[in-house]
Ligand binder design. Sequence first.
Ligand code: BGC
Length: 462
Amino acid sequence: MILSEPKASLEKDASTLYAYKKQLDASFVWGVSASAYQTEGAYNIDGKGPSIWDTFTNENKNKIKDRKNANIACDFYSRYEDDLKLMQSLGINHFRFSISWSRILPSGTGEINPAGIAFYDRLIDTCLRYGITPWVTLYHWDLPQALEKRGGWTNREVVNWFTGYVAICVKHFGDRVQHWMVMNEPMVFVGAGYFLGLHAPGRRGMKNFLPAIHHAVLSMCEGARAIKSIYPNATVGTTFSCSHIEPYRNIEKDHLAAYKVDALLNRMFIEPTLGMGYPIDTLKPLQNIHQYILPGDEYKMKYDFDFIGVQNYTREFVKHSWFTPYLNARLITAPNRKVPHTLMNWEVYPESIYHMIRKFDAYPGIKKILITENGAAFEDTHHESLISDHLRTTYLQDHIEQVLRARAEGSKVDGYFVWTWTDNFEWAEGYHPRFGLIYTDFKNQNRIVKESGLWYGSFIRE
Ligand code: BGC
């Protein structure tokens, strides 16, 4: 059998993608994304306090695949310089990462940990030394455990705790960081962490979900105001998860179910910030959120972000279901629909990202969109020192093409970040699904560039 032959036939025709790329000017941002808990490790080193993810993974082992945790993860805490050097060698010069709140403030409020500040100083300075622009997310799901003990996102005080933490970060790093994202995907950490109990801190039910939604919205907007009050010229965004939603069958009940799921997954967090309020007309069970909305909140829950980060991986099909409380809707998974999917069981459907850009772009008041995450987990194949992952390369090519198509049609999309830089800890899924452009050997922390990483580097350098 000739091993090289299928490769040629697997190569997709990327001429449209390259033609779109030629139309771009140099200001289009190409980068990679990662987060603190998923990569840093050093979970109890140099004065860091525990976060809800440290507690959740170490105390509720059965909630995580193979009972894993991110105590060590990619050891980015000590290997960041080599990782940045590798990034530079591929020609990637925008890096989105997050700050661990409990590394800066071990108890969430109060005393600052100087070693935590020093770590992010080193990281930011090293980025700049290698010509890499830092894009900093202030909250990627790792609330200090000390604050969870005080009610976490269900306690309205969290708005003050959060803005206090944001102000510390911005005062220390704002002289070198221009681009900030207040939060990563509030719908996911609130939904999975405070309604379904699948993510940290493992809480469930409407009594946790509703206050957590409202306090996350307030924190997102008040956090943004805190940044601007210190550095008025900072570029301030926040990121949203989203999926293109379709009814499973062309019948009224499924259309209604799809409409509700769209409100829940795609509209819940963006609409209040735009001054449109929560989508309560579509999602009646949300109406009890009113008890958490205090006079004056209608102003505090709005903010005119400089950009929004859109994070999309797939689309969802929705079917009516009597058995799902509140929503009467359920998702029909990709394996059940027998369509191509990733190791996360997410359908590979590149047009989804196009539809999501168009959808967000259509809201009045959105100034600019960046794709702050998109990527895929597939099985990687090792051929000696080469790691071939043509499915990931094709996934990226097809999705980037759709992003640039939306832009060519007039959408305000100005950048794209791959999720993710190195294989890392994938939350409740442990280490099995690998999303990286760089392979991480978790036994010895060696890094190997995958074919997708080589391709992405060459594509953006071109
Ligand atoms: C999150 C990442 C996560 C990725 C893949 C996003 O929801 O921001 O932390 O690893 O999707 O699941």
